[in-house]
Design a binder for this molecule. Structure first.
Ligand code: FE2
Ligand code: FE2
Length: 440
């Protein structure tokens, strides 16, 4: 039986076997109780029902004997997520490292204190005053109207969405579920040393940003959820269950409580969501729903503004601490950027995230190419090739990051070619669309 490092009750290990991603997590066992990893076949047993230490140990032994013999005799490792989209088997990275926490030394945390006046001047203005912000109601049928009129607006919404494909709804639900797990993302940002909100109402510009960013983000899930509900095209009970599971599962972006890593991660992620929502907007327009197109486009514009804020922070870090910032970018890219909803589960499909991502890839909403494009965009935006004054380590990170996008593309091409030769199309049922099957 192998020991796996534990953190916060999540037994963190990913194994890949014959293309199957095995996610192992426990939400109800204490870290000291769980030292064993499990294959996905049983993972959800543990997430849905209480488990005693004895049961847990016995099952560990059973599984170790019966199911685990295929596992590699490697050292324990942290999550290895497949994104860019799980259909992509790109691996342009060095072996994964053991998980670290609080990796930013105290003296470097001071940098963020010193940057506070800068953040007030350059980051906070990227928030929109509440009274200039759109709200979900801007795009939704008005329930304050007399019932007939309200009902006509709902009918019109259903008329507009009726030609959109089931695939489109799978992607839109996946996007909505991702947005709806917002508590996890606020928690992640508030776990970053030096920028966290110490008391819940901290006047530090970092904390002011995080709270207001959360409030802006909160509208995204609300709007998409209500629109999906009114469309009648998706099984809301299954969608809600997925959100419930996902918030309970959390995420591990590999940011080590380190704001350097955290802001590289959020810069990348905000751009990824900008790209994805922009593409769902385009597809809605092509599919005959201009209102849905407008609302997805409006969400995308928020993401772009957020991306701008986080990218500015990294830009500033590159100015005040070029080597530290460059190494943080190298570190995150080496780990690969994990998608925030990678632990999604609907109670039925243990490979739900992989399947949703495959549909997103096929629809062109978020693809392996997008991953490389985002990296390339950020390398350009941060002018990484031109950064000077780096130490040897910093230069190595610079070389690595600046050469990575073409490398990812090349590996992706080869992986696609292999997949084309080997993979037979297969269909998967999605509970979100009433168990209809989609060919992947
Ligand atoms: Fe969002
Ligand atoms: Fe965002």
């Amino acid at each position: 039986m192998r020991n796996i490092p534990m953190n916060n009750g999540i037994c963190e290990n990913y194994e890949q076997k014959q293309g199957l991603i095995l996610v192992i997590f426990f939400t109800n066992i204490s870290p000291t109780e769980c030292n064993t990893h499990f294959p996905s076949k049983i993972q959800h047993m543990y997430t849905v029902s209480p488990i005693t230490k004895t049961m847990h140990t016995r099952t560990c032994q059973l599984i170790t004997r019966q199911i685990l013999p295929f596992q590699r005799a490697s050292t324990p490792h942290r999550h290895h997520h497949l994104l860019p989209p799980p259909s992509a088997s790109v691996s342009a990275t060095a072996p994964l490292k053991a998980r670290k926490t609080h990796s930013l030394p105290a003296e470097k945390q001071e940098i963020f204190k010193l940057m506070e006046p800068w953040a007030s001047e350059w980051v906070l203005p990227l928030l929109k005053p509440v009274d200039q912000c759109w709200q979900p109601q801007t795009f939704l049928p008005d329930s304050s109207l007399p019932f007939e009129e309200f009902s006509d607006q709902v009918k019109a919404l259903r008329e507009r969405t009726k030609e959109l494909a089931d695939e489109y709804f799978v992607v839109l639900v996946g996007d909505m579920v991702t947005e709806d797990a917002l508590p996890t993302y606020q928690t992640m940002i508030n776990n970053l040393d030096g920028v966290k909100d110490d008391c819940g109402t901290s006047p530090s510009p970092w904390a002011v940003w995080t709270r207001a960013w959360t409030a802006e983000e909160n509208r995204h899930g609300d709007l998409l959820r209500t629109y999906l509900y009114l469309s009648g095209r998706v099984d809301m009970a299954k969608v809600e269950k997925t959100v419930h599971y996902l918030i309970g599962a959390g995420m591990d972006p590999g940011t080590e409580n380190n704001p350097y890593l955290g802001f590289v991660y959020t810069s990348f992620q905000e751009r990824a969501t900008f790209v994805a929502h922009g593409n769902t907007a385009r597809l809605a327009k092509e599919g005959g729903d201009p209102v849905l197109a407008r609302l997805c486009g409006t969400i995308a514009a928020d993401e772009k503004r957020h991306e701008n804020a986080y990218s500015r922070i990294v830009e500033k870090l590159l100015e005040v601490d070029p080597t530290g910032a460059m190494m943080a970018i190298g570190d995150m890219m080496e780990k690969k950027i994990t998608m925030p909803a990678h632990l999604m589960y609907d109670g039925e499909d243990p490979r739900l995230f992989e399947h949703y991502s495959a549909v997103a890839q096929r629809m062109g909403v978020y693809t392996a190419d997008d991953y490389a494009d985002i990296l390339e965009f950020l390398v350009g935006r941060w002018r990484l090739e031109k950064i000077e004054g780096l130490t040897g380590e910093g230069k190595r990170a610079q070389d690595y990051v600046c050469a990575l996008a073409p490398r990812i593309r090349k590996l992706q091409e080869r992986a696609d070619e292999r997949a084309r030769k080997m993979k037979k199309p297969h269909s998967v049922k999605f509970s979100w669309i009433f168990n209809k099957e989609l060919v992947l």
